[in-house]
Design a protein around this ligand. Structure first.
Ligand SMILES: Nc1nc2[nH]cnc2c(=O)[nH]1
Ligand SMILES: [Zn+2]
Length: 439
C-alpha cells in the first residue's frame, strides 16, 4: 500500500456543465493498493487513517491524472514536421509513403518502440491509436505496447481505394484480419481493439460493411475514423457517396456511429451531423495542433457543446506537432480565443478535463481512469519542472492552484514530465541528470 503525497488536481466532472469542476488538494494524499485508488483527501487525514502506508513524497510538483490522447497515429512518428501542406497533399507526399514502410516487420517494431516511448515520456497513459494498414505491424504494436504497461485502444487501419495499392485491402481480408487481431488482443492486459477504416474517402461501402460486421460480432470493441477535417476532403467524400446525406452518413448508414465511436476532427460539420453524433453519444476528437499545421480550420467547439456532442483531445501525430497533451490543450485555448464571439473561453479546468477525463469518457473507460476518484486506477503524471526553467520560476510565484494549472499548460513540455504511472505501475521516470537545468 502506497500513499502518494503531492499537490493533486483533477476534474471528475465536466467544467462545461459543472461549476467548480476543478478539484484541488494542495497537500493531498492518494492511497493506492494493487493499482487502484483506495482513499484520497488532505494528506494529514489520509495518513492518520493509514499510518502504516509507505509514503511517496512528491511535494514540489503537481500530480495530475494521466493524459488521454484520443487520436494519434502509430506509423507517423517519424513524419512529424512535414509542414506547408494541406491534408490530401500531406497524405500523398509525406505520410502514406512512410506508412507503406511498415510492411517490414523490423521497421514496424522500431517505429512502435519510438511511438510508445514518446507517449509515455509525455505523460500519456491511455491512447486511442490509429494503427498500421498491415496486420503484422499491429501484432508487433500490441506486443510492444503490452511491455510498456500503457493502456492502448488500437486497430488495424483499413482502406480499399485511392491511397496507394500496397496499402489497400479487400472487405473480406479486412474482416478476417480484424477478427484475428480482436481475438488475439482485445481485452488482453490493458489493450482494447478499435475498428478503424482510415476515412470514407478511402473506403468503399463494402469495406465499411465489413467494419460493421466486426462491430456486430464483437460489440464492445471501439470504432474510430476521420470526419469533416478538410474542405477538399469533404467535397471528395460527397462525390464518392452521392446518396449520403453528408460525411457522417457514410458511417451512420453502416451502423458505425455509436457510444463507442470516436471521430477525429469534425472541423466542418453540418447541424444534422452534430445532432446525430449527440443522439448516438459518439465523440469528436479535437486535434487543434493538427488543424493548425494542416490549415484544416478552427474547430467549432461551441456548436459541438450546444448540440450536446462530447469532445475530447487528440494530438494527431504526425499531422499534429508532437505528443504533448499540454501543448494540445494550449492550442485548443488559442483557437477558441481566435474565434472571438464564436469561441468558447477555456480556462485551466477545461484544459485539464479535455486532456484527461473527457478522453476516458470518449473511450467508455470512465469507470476506470481519467480522474483520481476512489476506485479508479492509479493512472497519473507527475509534473515537476527542472530547477531554473521558466516554468519552475513561474510556478514558484503562482498565486494559487488554478494559476499553477494554467502555467503548466502554457509552459509545460516533455522535460517537465518527471514520472508516470499506469494502474499503479511506474511506466516512466525522467533521467535524473535532466532534472537540473541552468543551475
Ligand atoms: N490528420 C489526418 N487525417 C487523415 N485522414 C485520413 N488519414 C489521415 C491522417 O493520417 N491524418
Ligand atoms: Zn488523424
Amino acid at each position: 500500500m502506497k500513499l502518494y503525497r503531492a499537490t493533486l488536481m483533477h476534474t471528475p466532472e465536466s467544467p462545461f456543465t459543472a461549476p467548480d469542476a476543478l478539484q484541488v488538494q494542495e497537500d493531498g494524499g492518494l492511497l493506492v493498493e494493487e493499482g487502484r485508488i483506495l482513499a484520497s483527501g488532505p494528506y494529514a487525514q489520509v495518513r492518520a487513517n493509514h499510518p502504516r502506508a509507505e509514503v511517496v513524497d512528491l511535494r514540489g510538483g503537481v500530480l495530475l491524472p494521466g493524459f488521454i490522447d484520443t487520436h494519434v497515429h502509430y506509423p507517423q512518428v517519424r513524419v512529424l514536421g512535414g509542414l506547408g501542406m494541406q491534408l490530401l497533399e500531406w497524405l500523398d507526399k509525406n505520410t502514406l509513403p512512410e506508412e507503406a514502410r511498415l510492411s517490414d516487420d523490423a521497421y514496424a517494431r522500431a517505429v512502435a518502440r519510438e511511438f510508445l516511448s514518446a507517449l509515455r515520456s509525455n505523460g500519456t497513459t491511455t491512447a486511442l491509436v490509429f494503427g498500421s494498414h498491415y496486420a503484422s505491424a499491429m501484432d508487433i504494436f500490441f506486443s510492444e505496447a503490452a511491455q510498456t504497461g500503457l493502456r492502448v485502444v488500437a486497430g488495424q487501419v483499413v482502406s480499399d481505394r485511392l491511397l496507394r495499392p500496397e496499402l489497400h485491402t479487400t472487405p473480406e481480408r479486412a474482416y478476417a484480419e480484424g477478427k484475428a487481431l480482436i481475438e488475439r488482443w482485445h481485452g488482453v492486459g490493458r489493450a482494447l481493439y478499435a475498428v478503424t477504416p482510415r476515412f470514407s474517402l478511402s473506403a468503399s461501402e463494402g469495406l465499411l460493411d465489413a467494419c460493421a460486421a466486426l462491430m456486430t460480432e464483437f460489440p464492445d470493441v471501439r470504432f474510430t475514423s476521420h470526419l469533416n477535417e478538410n474542405p477538399r476532403e469533404v467535397e471528395a467524400v460527397r462525390e464518392l457517396f452521392p446518396t449520403a446525406r453528408d460525411y457522417l452518413d457514410t458511417y451512420e448508414r453502416a451502423g458505425l456511429v455509436t457510444r463507442r465511436s470516436v471521430l477525429a476532427h469534425n472541423v466542418h460539420p453540418a447541424d444534422r451531423e452534430l445532432a446525430v453524433m449527440a443522439a448516438h453519444r459518439c465523440s469528436a476528437a479535437h486535434c487543434p495542433c493538427s488543424n493548425s499545421a494542416l490549415g484544416s480550420g478552427l474547430f467549432p467547439l461551441k456548436r459541438h457543446l450546444q448540440a450536446g456532442v462530447h469532445v475530447s483531445l487528440g494530438t494527431d501525430v504526425g499531422g499534429g506537432t508532437g505528443f504533448s497533451l499540454l501543448k494540445e490543450g494550449l492550442q485548443a485555448y488559442f483557437m477558441q480565443q481566435l474565434l472571438g464571439a464564436q469561441g468558447v473561453p477555456l480556462g485551466p479546468a477545461h484544459l485539464l478535463y479535455l486532456s484527461t477525463r473527457a478522453g476516458a469518457e470518449a473511450l467508455d473507460l470512465g469507470d476506470l481512469t481519467g480522474d483520481f476518484g476512489v476506485g479508479k486506477a492509479f493512472d497519473a503524471v507527475y509534473l515537476r519542472p527542472p530547477q531554473g526553467t521558466t516554468l519552475d520560476t513561474v510556478l514558484n510565484h503562482a498565486d494559487g492552484p488554478e494559476r499553477m494549472l494554467a502555467d503548466l499548460f502554457t509552459l509545460g513540455t516533455q522535460q517537465d514530465v518527471a514520472q508516470v504511472w499506469v494502474g499503479g505501475d511506474a511506466v516512466y521516470r525522467r533521467a535524473s541528470s535532466e532534472q537540473e537545468v541552468g543551475v
